[in-house]
Design a protein around this ligand. Structure first.
Ligand SMILES: [Zn+2]
Length: 210
């Protein structure tokens, strides 16, 4: 992550579209909102369950889909959009930016975008080189996070997944969960509790729509 420290910016005003100086967004400057994000889907059953939870809390979120999964499950892609959430690009095949040449990486992102049609990009593993930021940042808002639930880790208990999240949430936070099979053990425990925490804190969950 060190490569990103130079482009790290906090307190980005929400609604500010960065086009002139490509860089990376870690959180927003909003007094009353937080931004839930779900990576690696859409995944049958898991994504549907997430959509149900969000609906129960009148929460909107951003789903950083893999192009290959959206291609496999077009009905889930459609359900996300029709429920009023935002779809973001998480590459076609979960590319690691640091291990991938510029041209191949850009190609994979753009290929995914033929399906996903989004102006938001989240690099898998948060790994993207400055050259890749430069090449893609003119066309995509590159969205990282400031709160990582670690729901995907088998070393993290459902309870600590809740703590990892609620301890660091503040207005403007971008929070990462995963609508994947691997994360579901933790997610199904943590998500309703985190939604409850956010709502008790008087914050609203919005989709990232710049
Ligand atoms: Zn991912």
């Amino acid at each position: 992550m060190h490569q990103l420290s130079l482009t790290r910016m906090r307190f980005v005003p929400f609604g500010f579209i960065r086009r002139l100086i490509p860089s990376v967004i870690w959180s927003f400057d909003t007094p009353d909102r937080v931004f839930l994000t779900f990576d690696d889907g859409p995944t049958p059953e898991v994504t549907e369950w997430v959509l149900g939870q969000l609906a129960a809390y009148d929460a909107k979120a951003t789903f950083f889909c893999l192009g290959k999964n959206a291609e496999l499950h077009p009905h889930l892609h459609r359900m996300i959009v029709e429920a009023g959430h935002k779809v973001g690009n998480h590459t076609y095949s979960h590319q690691k930016g640091w291990e991938q040449g510029l041209e191949r990486y850009v190609e994979d992102v753009d290929f995914a975008n033929q399906i996903l049609r989004s102006d938001l990009l989240r690099p898998p593993y948060g790994r993207i080189t400055p050259a890749q930021v430069k090449a893609l940042g003119e066309r995509y808002n590159i969205i990282m996070w400031d709160v990582l639930s670690r729901d995907y880790s088998r070393y993290v208990s459902p309870q600590s997944c809740v703590r990892n999240t609620t301890r660091y949430i503040r207005p403007g936070s971008i929070i990462v969960f995963h609508d994947s099979n691997k994360a579901f053990r933790n997610l199904r425990y943590a998500l309703p509790r985190v939604l409850d925490y956010i709502s008790r804190a008087g914050l609203k969950c919005s989709a990232i729509d710049l």
